[in-house]
Ligand binder design. Structure first.
Ligand SMILES: Cc1cc2nc3c(=O)[nH]c(=O)nc-3n(C[C@H](O)[C@H](O)[C@H](O)COP(=O)(O)OP(=O)(O)OC[C@H]3O[C@@H](n4cnc5c(N)ncnc54)[C@H](O)[C@@H]3O)c2cc1C
Length: 189
């Protein structure tokens, strides 16, 4: 932990370290180079820390701590965004959803899939395909982009004219607000 950090940043890092498992918190040189930028070609920025929760509870805990210390948080999905939205800003915590990944349920009766925010789009397409369904959302970054990033950006993609934008495919969301308040529902698309 650097001694040159402002006291709020020091306190936030200490709080994160005290409440998150070691695998969910990376700081300093341990933050992978890929998390310093997205696909926008803007110069890299090293975040105060990289938080990598593997559950909605972990996301809420990280948000609660950062909000309490008034430290900004930059969510990161697959880092394929071209507008710089997932690139860290100075003094912010980067919140990667990469460990919060996986298909929770495919319901054939309602033709819905319930997935975690960090699930790559291509994994959802494949799982749906294996179950005899079709996910209309598709973009060139399918192997890297995550459903959370697709919804945050309201991605269009290759089939947007026929099937519409990403958010039009969503029936429900489980979310964590910047205040750390969370919802009970699940993401279905
Ligand atoms: C080859 C290529 C092809 C592309 N084709 C298209 C296309 O056809 N149509 C299109 O619309 N875009 C396209 N894009 C842009 C990009 O892939 C999309 O914007 C995609 O939806 C971003 O998803 P991501 O997971 O990579 O998000 P990131 O780049 O990681 O993040 C994008 C934004 O979403 C926020 N975010 C990410 N995850 C979450 C989350 N779980 N909760 C809250 N906020 C979150 C980030 O803070 C950031 O502001 C393309 C990009 C590439 C490289």
């Amino acid at each position: 932990m650097s001694q040159t950090l402002p006291s709020a940043a020091e306190a936030c890092l200490a709080d994160l370290a005290a409440h998150l498992p070691p695998a969910a918190l990376l700081t300093g040189a341990d933050v992978p180079a890929r998390n310093l930028q997205d696909a926008s070609f803007l110069p890299p920025v090293r975040p105060l820390a990289l938080v990598r929760p593997d559950s909605a509870k972990g996301v809420a805990e990280a948000m609660r701590i950062c909000a309490g210390h008034r430290i900004p948080v930059v969510p990161q999905g697959g880092l394929t965004g071209l507008a710089g939205g997932a690139r860290p800003i100075e003094g912010a915590v980067a919140l990667s959803l990469e460990r919060f990944s996986g298909i929770e349920e495919i319901d054939p009766d309602s033709a819905t899939v319930t997935v975690r925010a960090g699930t790559p789009l291509e994994a959802i397409q494949r799982a749906a395909d294996d179950a005899g369904f079709f996910v209309a959302l598709d973009l060139g970054a399918r192997g890297s982009c995550q459903i959370g990033g697709n919804l945050a950006t309201n991605a269009g993609g290759n089939r947007v004219i026929r099937y519409g934008m990403a958010r039009e495919m969503v029936l429900g969301l489980e979310y964590v607000l910047p205040t750390a308040r969370s919802s009970p529902a699940s993401t279905r698309c």
